[in-house]
Design a protein around this ligand. Structure first.
Ligand SMILES: CC(=O)SCCNC(=O)CCNC(=O)[C@H](O)C(C)(C)COP(=O)(O)OP(=O)(O)OC[C@H]1O[C@@H](n2cnc3c(N)ncnc32)[C@H](O)[C@@H]1OP(=O)(O)O
Ligand SMILES: N[C@@H](CCO)C(=O)O
Length: 377
């Protein structure tokens, strides 16, 4: 398949969606504000305001989904290969919108933002947020941009959770959804992994109860959290083929010592160190907790019945080697939507890359998503 062209140079924009303190009512009932949102758009909104595609991001993602900010940028946005003229999310036809979530650390109001009441960063005083709060804030953004209908909402992992909430919270606005490697409610295994990652952060003496700004913060704990998470994002097969039992710079005298290190350890170190440079530890705590609380059924009635709120089109995508969000979760999502009367389809992305496949398998996903988009009105 011709993968089309990229979107070229792009910029992150900022908009205030709630300007007063306490203007936004969170799912918890707590009032909060002001809220500024960092977002990017690709393509043009049509006159009817109905050609929008929303791409919510996963845990450590951000609004920069496609294109490059400067010609010198080494890497493009995290789903660049899927978005652009002639690509699966074709910007000749669609207006693609991506925003950093509330609670985030990449431009949207979150724990490291300044609390206007104290003049200091919120830190641990930031309110608890949920996936529904993330979607509500995106809805306010869309209203500000003049968007009336949404052609599709597409995303993986925590992005997939937002996709599902979009369908249930604003069904009249949404024509189609594509949840990838996600679940309708977080399972105990995922909660367990999130809990130990949070323990790594809060157990670091530099965490200081979440009020560590402007200091370096819990660098060691945050790196460890990322290392644990990275293990869950891969698969036995991908570890084996990437590293096998290769040693990382071992000297013969180190073989029978604790100093020997395998290449996979080196890789985990790198992943930890890299995230620490770009991500805020408090945001990590708030977003993983929001994922833990994710439950489409909460406050809506019997879990399997709530799927009947959405009667649009569904393409639920599972990854064959994902053990964190196993494919039967996405099969179940498809099954419940179909049973409830939606035009639902399931597709298995055959891949050795585990949960991270939705950030790697662009060719396979492009083909399937492009086909699905062609079935929309
Ligand atoms: C919506 C969102 O989720 S956005 C967030 C997505 N981005 C991330 O998660 C950032 C971290 N990146 C990654 O985990 C991966 O790059 C993925 C999942 C996006 C892609 O996976 P892969 O294609 O398998 O990449 P791979 O794991 O080989 O390389 C990742 C990095 O590890 C580095 N690396 C590879 N082998 C080694 C090694 N033996 N030792 C140390 N570092 C290594 C690579 O150089 C690369 O570095 P870079 O990110 O600075 O370019
Ligand atoms: N690597 C991704 C996967 C999470 O699902 C992230 O960091 O957001």
């Amino acid at each position: 398949m011709d993968m089309g062209k990229g979107v070229g140079l792009v910029e992150t924009k900022y908009i205030t969606v709630a300007s007063h303190p306490h203007e936004l009512t969170l799912e918890s009932g707590q009032h909060f504000g002001p809220v500024e949102v960092a977002y990017e758009t690709y393509g043009e909104l049509n006159q009817r305001g109905d050609n929008c595609i929303i791409v919510p991001h996963a845990l450590t993602g951000e609004a920069h989904v496609a294109g490059r900010h400067t010609p010198e940028d080494r890497v493009a946005g995290w789903w660049d290969e899927l978005i652009g003229p002639g690509r699966a999310l074709d910007t000749n036809k669609y207006f693609v919108v991506a925003a950093n979530v509330i609670g985030g650390c990449c431009g949207t109001t979150g724990p490291k933002s300044t609390n206007p009441e104290t003049g200091k960063p919120y830190g641990a005083d930031f309110p608890l947020i949920t996936i529904r709060d993330m979607v509500q804030v995106q809805y306010l953004l869309l209203k500000n941009l003049g968007i009336r209908r949404i052609k599709a909402v597409i995303g993986g992992s925590m992005g997939g959770m937002q996709v599902l909430e979009w369908a249930l919270m604003y069904p009249e606005m949404v024509e189609a959804i594509v949840p990838i490697a996600a679940s309708g409610r977080l399972a105990a295994q995922c909660i367990a992994f999130n809990a130990v990652q949070r323990e790594a952060i809060t157990g670091d003496s530099d965490f200081k109860g979440g009020h560590y700004y402007p200091g370096p913060g819990p660098i060691r704990g945050m790196g460890l959290a990322r290392q644990i998470a990275t293990i869950t994002y891969k698969s036995d097969e991908s570890w084996a083929s990437k590293f096998g039992r290769t040693f990382s710079s071992i000297r013969p005298q180190d073989y029978y010592s604790l100093d020997n290190r395998f290449e996979v350890e080196h890789y985990l170190d790198y992943q930890g160190e890299k995230l620490v440079q770009r991500f805020d530890a408090n945001t990590y705590l708030y977003l993983t907790k929001a994922m833990d609380l994710h439950d489409l059924g909460r406050g809506r009635g019997e879990y399997r019945e709530v799927f009947s709120r959405f009667r649009g089109k569904v393409l639920s995508i599972g990854v064959s080697s994902d053990f964190l969000y196993p494919k039967y979760y996405q099969e179940e999502i498809h099954h419940f939507f179909k049973q409830a009367g939606a035009d639902s389809h399931y597709w298995e992305l055959i891949s050795p890359y585990g949960h991270d496949a939705f950030l790697i398998e662009f060719k396979k996903m492009s083909l399937k998503i492009a086909q699905f988009m062609q079935t929309l009105s």
